[in-house]
Write a protein that binds this ligand. Structure first.
Ligand code: FAD
Length: 482
């Protein structure tokens, strides 16, 4: 019997799990996928928004500024990739200018720090590679970029270290109401909990229906993103936004935490909750638009592309709160800026649980820190030599594009990677120009050896994403070692 069961191991479930791990509670997190963070959380723009884009009349507009502020202390404690690089919203026409003023006013009323209007001359000085046809910009220094998957891995690692139980490959298929408790069924077991938090992203309406609630529906909105070659590093220094539209913040230029430039996302409604496809139309739209703002960006620089689904709810806002079913709490419809708001959502949900009667006693033993994973490529020669002296696997490079060593692949597995994507998102092996063309096989060798599995057991991201279906030469891995 758990005090709290969290359904969904994205950034929302992860943030709540970590917040609850401060208290003397029995908490379990049930995740359908093979690893945490494999839903919308790993397929977004990775922006920590300042908060001036969303209206204060919405819950998302209320939580976003607090969420942004909490990232500094979280970063110090959990050591994920995060940097405040600032953002500019650019005016392409005279009609855009009053919208910039309006955004500035809205931001100031919401407490967004440091907002500044830049005229054309200042904009050209600060970002010389943007189009000289742009008229002005609104600058927000508190905008940041983050590696969202690293954040969720660190949240869960810390939550687990502080007592939370994580069960992956555990899709909740049935929920039964009993007096004062809820029974949750997964393919492997049945669990009971006093409180159930529905953090299931694009499936949160389906989870709600499991307890007989039909109050809202989720309408996925797909966003395609295009990652560009590292040769463009430094082309723009800040996040670049057009003036926003009703359904989207528009197509953006995103200098990622790791120094690549990403462009996107699109915004297309879809019925398919598994749609991760990118399209010619999406690519055309993104590059035609971005090219007007930054003429030297072209689609020829694309090294990879992906798509994610925003969990847009029928209320077009976050749906967070208790329901008619005692103990069942929705944390649903967490569309953008959900990544930014996640730490504030965790506090908000903690307070709801207190109001609903959960006693929270702080744990003296709570340790807020997670050690950062080794990042060989980021170190100077002296430090690299020191690491190699301690562990010779640091001298074996697995991924040449990103300079990731075998020691880092082992470290990723030590910290929970069970799939090829799990290794990639923890170590960066496979994220460079060749996109895993060279290193995938070495990562698979190590993963197979460490998990005592054959190649045919390994998957890219769990469920049916098999990489090898049949071994033609069973000795293949051994032969390569020889
Ligand atoms: C293209 C795009 C760009 C975005 N950019 C930004 C941005 O820059 N900044 C920002 O703040 N926000 C951004 N967002 C929004 C942000 O990504 C989301 O708000 C956030 O990731 C939502 O997290 P989540 O935990 O609710 O959902 P998810 O990450 O989808 O997690 C839900 C989890 O629930 C699991 N699950 C589902 N059903 C079950 C079940 N039956 N049993 C157990 N587990 C289940 C899923 O497997 C999944 O892991 C963007 C979104 C998209 C699509």
């Amino acid at each position: 019997m758990y005090d709290v069961a969290i359904i969904g191991g994205g950034v929302i479930g992860g943030s709540i799990a970590r917040e609850l791990s401060r208290f003397q509670l029995d908490t379990v997190l049930l995740e359908a996928c093979a690893e945490v963070g494999f839903g919308t959380t790993k397929t977004n723009s990775g922006i920590i928004h300042p908060g001036h884009h969303s209206s204060p009349d919405t819950l998302k507009g209320q939580l976003v500024v607090r969420g942004n502020q909490l990232y500094d202390s979280l970063h110090q404690e959990l050591n994920f990739g995060f940097r405040r690089i600032g953002e500019i919203v650019v005016a392409q026409s005279r009609e855009d200018l009053p919208i910039l003023e309006q955004l500035k006013k809205q931001g100031e009323e919401k407490g967004v720090p440091g907002l500044e209007m830049w005229d054309k001359a200042r904009l050209q000085r600060e970002e010389p590679n943007l189009s000289h046809t742009l008229l002005a910009a609104l600058y927000a220094p508190s905008a940041g970029v983050i590696n969202p998957y690293e954040f969720v891995f660190a949240l869960l690692e810390n939550a687990i270290a502080n007592g939370v139980v994580l069960k992956v490959n555990s899709p909740v298929t049935k929920i039964e109401k009993r007096e004062k408790i809820l029974l949750l069924q997964t393919p492997g077991e049945t669990l009971s909990a006093r409180f159930v938090l529905n953090c299931a992203g694009v499936f949160s309406d389906k989870i709600s229906q499991l307890v007989g609630l039909e109050d809202f529906t989720i309408h996925p909105r797909k966003g395609e993103e295009y990652m560009l070659d590292k040769r463009l590093k430094g082309l723009v220094r800040r996040l670049v936004f057009p003036v926003p539209k009703a359904s989207t913040k528009g197509t953006l230029i995103i200098p990622t935490f790791d120094g690549t430039i990403m462009v996107g996302p699109t915004a297309e409604d879809t019925e398919d909750r598994y749609d991760a496809s990118t399209t010619y139309e999406g690519s055309d739209r993104v590059f035609q638009f971005v090219n007007k703002i930054c003429p030297s960006i072209t689609e020829r620089d694309t090294i990879t592309e992906f798509a994610g689904l925003r969990a847009v709810s029928s209320t077009n806002d976050f749906i967070i709160g208790p329901t008619r079913v005692p103990g069942f709490i929705n944390v649903a419809g967490i569309q953008s800026p959900g990544l930014t708001s996640a730490p504030a959502i965790a506090e908000y949900v903690r307070d709801i649980l207190i109001e609903e009667g959960l006693l929270l006693e702080e744990k003296e033993s709570f340790n807020p820190f997670v050690a950062s994973p080794p990042r060989f490529a980021m170190l100077g020669l002296e430090k690299q030599r020191e690491l190699i002296e301690k562990n010779s696997l640091f001298a074996k490079v697995a991924c040449r594009c990103e300079l990731v060593t075998e020691a880092e692949i082992h470290d990723a597995i030590d910290h929970g990677a069970r799939t090829l994507d799990g290794i990639k998102f923890r170590s960066r092996a496979g994220m460079g120009r060749c996109q895993g063309g060279f290193c995938s096989i070495r990562c698979m060798d190590i993963l197979a050896e460490r998990l005592n599995q054959s190649f045919t057991d390994l998957s890219k991201r769990g469920s049916n994403s098999w990489i090898v279906t049949e071994m033609v030469n069973e000795q293949h891995p051994k032969m390569r070692e020889g």
